[in-house]
Design a protein. Structure first.
Length: 220
């Protein structure tokens, strides 16, 4: 039996990606850019979420691999940049350094006995190291509206801000109120809506089948 070597699979993936991207490799892979790959990254993350919520362990392993491929692909493209190249090792080193920096209760002498204290330290360190002026800085504008609303409410809550909601009775304010309720109850609003939509879709398919069956019987 061949002994398992830690990191061998990742090293092989990097080698395969390098072969695909290099001269004599795959024409499609060779012409990709960060911009052209962006939609695939988003799609793979959504497929990973679906695997987490409704898939098997095999589905989860496959979708994690597809997300990892996107990271390795982008890093390979980045390595070719003329002025500011970086590779997958630079990416891994950067995120490892970030984890050490933001976990001083593990790697230094800071105290954080609870998950809440860890989160507070994380936000404080992130704000200081990134030079952010507001707790709202860094929330992606392209994030789905429901998920972004919950992130904004979560940031405001953790910062203990006394937010006076704008007056309004339209659909937007009502949706925001529901998201605030989800945040208060510890519910992921985006995941909850996805599940409710799946349930509705199942019921709609059942109604569709029943309607088709009734039509067939009536025509007999």
């Amino acid at each position: 039996m061949t002994a398992h070597v830690e990191g061998a699979g990742l090293a092989r993936l990097v080698e395969v990606m390098d072969r695909l991207r290099s001269p004599g490799g795959c024409p499609w892979d060779a012409e990709q850019t960060h911009e052209s790959l962006a939609p695939y990254a988003l799609e793979e993350v959504h497929e990973l979420l679906e695997a987490i919520e409704t898939g098997t362990r095999a589905d989860l392993r496959e979708e994690l691999g597809d997300v990892l491929l996107q990271v390795v692909f982008h890093a390979r493209v980045a390595a070719e940049h003329a002025e500011d190249p970086f590779d997958i090792d630079d990416v891994a080193t950067s995120v490892a350094d970030k984890l050490v920096e933001r976990h001083p209760h593990v790697f230094a002498d800071a105290d954080a006995a609870t998950a809440e204290q860890v989160s507070a330290n994380w936000e404080r360190i992130k704000k200081a190291t990134k030079g952010r002026d507001s707790v709202m800085d860094g929330i992606p504008a392209s994030q789905p509206a429901l998920a972004r609303a919950q992130k904004v409410i979560s940031r405001a809550s953790r910062a203990q801000l006394d937010v006076r909601d704008p007056a309004g009775v339209g659909i937007g304010p009502q949706l925001l109120a529901i998201v605030a309720r989800a945040q208060a109850e510890g519910v992921d609003a985006e995941a909850a809506l996805r599940q409710a939509t799946r349930d509705y879709e199942t019921a709609a398919r059942e109604a569709e089948s029943a309607s088709a069956g009734a039509t067939e019987h009536s025509s007999d």
